[in-house]
Every structure is written in C-alpha cells, then in structure tokens.
Design a protein around this ligand. Structure first.
Ligand SMILES: Cc1ncc(COP(=O)(O)O)c(C=O)c1O
Length: 317
C-alpha cells in the first residue's frame, strides 16, 4: 500500500499514512464496523476509469450500516461523487479497489455503543487476489456460515468476517484454493468471500438470500447477464452439499474474484474437470461489461474522468 495515497478520513482528505485510529476504538475492540468493497475498471481505449455500480454499493453500505445503527451522513450519489473525486486526485491509471468503512469510533472499553460514528473511504490499485484463470479447487469447510440471528451475514460487518477468515485459512492449509461454507442446516451458503453458482441441466442455480449469504452485487449482475444475454434460467433455491459433486459447473462471484471458475470440489472434478462453457461465457461477458465494452450495460458504470480534460489536470489541488 502506498502511504501517500489520498484517502477520505474523518471528514477530510489525508494521506493514508495519517489515517489512524486509537487503540481503544470501539470498532477495533468489538468489530463494530461495516465495510464495502467496490471496483473501478480502467478502459485503455477511452482513457477512462469506470466505477462499477457505485450507487448499488453505497446504498447497500448505508442500509447495512443501519443494522449496527451507524449513520453515514451522505446520500449514495454523494458518496459515489466523493469516491470519483478521490480517484481523480490519486490519478489512478489502472484497475482500482475501493474500501469504504463506517465504524463505531468512540474510545471505550464497554461493549455498549453510543452515537459516535466515523467513516473512511480508501482507494488502492486493485490487488492480485485469487488467480482463477485455470479454475479453482474448493473445499467444503467444517466451519459453518454465521446465522442471521447471531451476526447478520448480509451486513458486511467487520467482526463477522472472522467466520470467513477461519474457513479460508483452514481451506488453504488443507491444500484448497478457497472454502465453501454450509449453513447450520447443512445447505450450501457461499464461499469465504464470494457467492456461489452451480449449473445443472442447463440452469443456473444459486442459494437464496435467506441462506445467510451476503447479497452480492456481482451475483445480481451475473444473474442479469445470464437471463438477458444468454437466455439462461436462473433459479434461487436451497442447494445440498452433494449437488456440488454431481453438478456440471460451479463458479464463485464477487467484486474481488469477479467470475471465478471452480473445477474441483473436495478432490472431485466438477463436471468434466475443466472450466465449463456457461462459466466461460459469463466470465467473458462480465469482463466486457465492467470495462464499458457492452453498450447494453453501460448504465452500470460511472465514468470517473471528465471528458476533454487532461487526466493530470483533474486533481483539483
Ligand atoms: C462474504 C461475502 N460473500 C459474497 C461477496 C460478494 O459480494 P459482491 O459481489 O457484492 O462483492 C463478498 C464480497 O464482498 C463477501 O465478502
């Protein structure tokens, strides 16, 4: 991470190296933060950065903050503008990952909360995450996905990510690329930090929101692409563990992993053991859409740079 990166922190622009919180911050002690993760994609031909569905991400963030009664005092559109401004100031010319984080900010040791909230938005060059180009080997975790009545998994609540950390750490140490978590009832929920889709009998199947999943924006985008571009039926229904072993294709979706093919599960090949045709098509379509190369999906994108202005002159400093 470049310490010079300009971030938004405590209502001002500041270098990342100066965006620090105290050791007794409530969110650090108890996990009482809510974060988001969104991306901007660089389009070389157009010399343009496109924020992918920023309104949806910021609306989800604000709603999720409401679960913890954290207030973000801006509209989703204002937050998208603020983010675009940050990207311009940093002069990024490549894919960017942006982490908004709202949190209980008072310095205290008691568990009860007050109304002292803060938020930050940190952009960074998109990190290399999980190389899925040749397909992943996933393992079903012995850790179960957190229940909605314990810590709502749809909330992107900082503390709840211990669940995914335990599962993915275990999976990697056991030789898998990523973990798949089941619900307490034994149904497939999702991967450690992405949603899951299966292909069976030509249809796309994914667990519904009521299976303790994070309601992914990539998941929603892929469902739209499948229905509208490929005329493929998409079914949201509970998924048994053993369906992972008998289906034709599996892939994960998420802002970080995009559309990531899974070619082995628990040491068994998925379908033919190669990247499946529907997965490959959706991966390609998604990759085209997020870079603004599909006219029909440009409404997902917010251009960051102002046309006819040299990129370097937009720093506003
Ligand atoms: C637990 C979990 N599930 C699913 C996702 C995918 O969500 P999205 O597509 O909105 O990035 C994420 C990514 O943030 C996640 O953390």
């Amino acid at each position: 991470m470049n310490p010079e990166t300009i971030v938004f922190f405590e209502n001002r622009l500041t270098p990342l190296s100066e965006a620090r919180v105290g050791i007794l911050t409530h969110a650090l002690g108890f996990g009482t933060g809510v974060f988001e993760g969104l991306r901007a994609y660089w389009n070389e031909q157009e010399n343009q950065l496109f924020l992918m569905r920023p309104r949806e991400h910021f609306e989800r963030w604000k709603r999720n903050c409401g679960i913890l009664r954290i207030e973000v005092p801006h509209s989703a559109d204002e937050l998208a503008e603020l983010t675009a401004d940050l990207l311009r100031r940093n002069g990024f010319r490549g894919d960017v990952y942006i982490k908004p984080l709202a949190y209980k900010s008072s310095q205290r040791i008691g568990i009860h909360t007050d109304d002292q909230d803060a938020f930050a938005i940190v952009p960074m060059p998109a990190p290399a995450y999980l190389d899925s180009s040749k397909g992943l080997h996933a393992g079903v975790s012995s850790w179960r996905r957190i229940e909605d009545n314990a810590i709502p998994g749809r909330g992107k609540i900082c503390g709840s990510y211990v669940n995914g950390v335990l599962a993915s750490d275990d999976a990697r140490r056991n030789g898998f690329d990523e973990a798949i978590l089941l619900t307490e009832a034994g149904h497939v929920a999702e991967a450690a930090s992405s949603n899951i889709f299966l292909v069976r009998h030509g249809s796309l199947i994914t667990p519904p929101a009521s299976e303790n999943i994070l309601e992914g924006i990539t998941r929603a985008s892929v469902m739209e692409l499948a229905r509208n571009e490929l005329r493929v039926e998409v079914i949201e229904r509970p998924v048994d563990r053993s369906e992972l072993y008998v289906c034709d294709e599996i892939f994960f979706t998420g802002t970080m992993v995009e559309v990531a093919p899974v070619i082995r599960v628990d040491h068994r090949p998925v379908g033919t053991g190669e990247i499946g045709p529907l997965t490959a098509k959706l991966r390609h379509l998604y990759g085209q859409a997020v870079r603004g190369r599909l006219e029909a999906w440009r409404h997902w994108l917010m251009p960051v740079h102002i046309p006819n202005e040299p990129l370097g002159d937009q720093a506003g400093q």
